[in-house]
Design a binder for this molecule. Structure first.
Ligand SMILES: Nc1ncnc2c1ncn2[C@@H]1O[C@H](COP(=O)(O)OP(=O)(O)OP(=O)(O)O)[C@@H](O)[C@H]1O
Ligand SMILES: [Mg+2]
Length: 239
């Protein structure tokens, strides 16, 4: 049984697509996988949230659990305040993760936005969840200009709080990478002191299930169930 916290250097970096890719490879090997989205914001009640994307891309075998929904496109704490609905607390999220761990080979928890986004007005964050349950953080990053700073900031906070890094995954690697995209590959590896755990091709969020499974395999390292070769990727990026 393994559990990963999927966080990112910000919103829209591709956490959901990376979560779906890891889930796809897991269920593709007939292992059970639960994806938990503690707080879904920015989607009306009954509308398709991140978990709908996970199921669309990775298949119905993936179990999904959403604990709270707040329609406004804000942080969970701010959106909860506006909605008048109860905020999430650490105990509730912890209980949901422990329950999922009992009946799944792999549990993936997708945060909202970045690691220090607040879930309540006392400042509960996914960093607290990671520390309490000792969850390794799979950090989804972008490849373009600005990523070195936001990645370094996140890694420093993680180190300061004693959080374990599972690795970095580039959420969306463009078909025509710029000089910055290419140059950032070895720099991201230097910052994290390890090879990339993956880079998903841009556009795969729109693929059908079998195309998505193939792209997940190509874009995720063996530690995540795929066949991504970080050294070959780095060589191609820096050639
Ligand atoms: N590799 C990719 N291929 C295609 N589309 C992608 C890829 N990565 C991200 N996207 C698209 O970019 C947008 C943001 O990605 P995603 O929803 O995964 O981000 P996120 O980090 O989960 O954001 P949030 O903080 O809102 O949960 C989505 O529209 C998604 O479909
Ligand atoms: Mg998401």
């Amino acid at each position: 049984m393994t559990t990963l916290l999927l966080s990112g250097t910000g919103t829209d970096v591709g956490k959901t697509v990376v979560t779906a890719a890891v889930a796809s490879l897991t269920v593709g090997r007939s292992r059970t996988c639960t994806v938990i989205k503690p707080g879904q914001t920015g989607v009306p009640d009954g509308g398709p949230g991140d978990l709908a994307d996970v199921v669309r891309l990775a298949g119905e075998q993936v179990r999904v659990v959403e604990l709270a929904r707040y329609p406004d496109p804000l942080s969970p704490a701010a959106a909860a305040r506006r909605s008048g609905r109860p905020t999430l607390d650490l105990a509730r999220v912890t209980a949901a993760v422990l329950q999922a761990q009992r009946d799944s080979d792999l549990v993936l928890v997708e945060g909202a936005g970045g690691l220090l986004v607040h879930y309540d007005d006392d400042g509960f964050t996914m960093a607290d969840l990671a520390r309490t349950l000792r969850l390794p953080v799979l950090l989804v990053v972008s490849s373009g200009l600005g990523t070195l700073n936001s990645t370094a900031l996140t890694l420093e906070v993680m180190a300061g709080r004693g959080l374990e890094l599972a690795g970095l995954v580039i959420g969306s690697w463009p078909e025509r990478p710029t000089l910055a995209d290419c140059s950032n590959v070895p720099d991201l590896e230097r910052l994290s002191a390890r090879p990339l755990l993956g880079a998903l091709a841009a556009g795969i969020g729109a693929a059908d299930r079998s195309g998505f499974a193939a792209a997940a395999d190509a874009g995720l390292a063996p530690a995540l169930g795929g066949s991504f070769d970080a050294a070959a990727f780095r060589r191609a990026a820096t050639a």
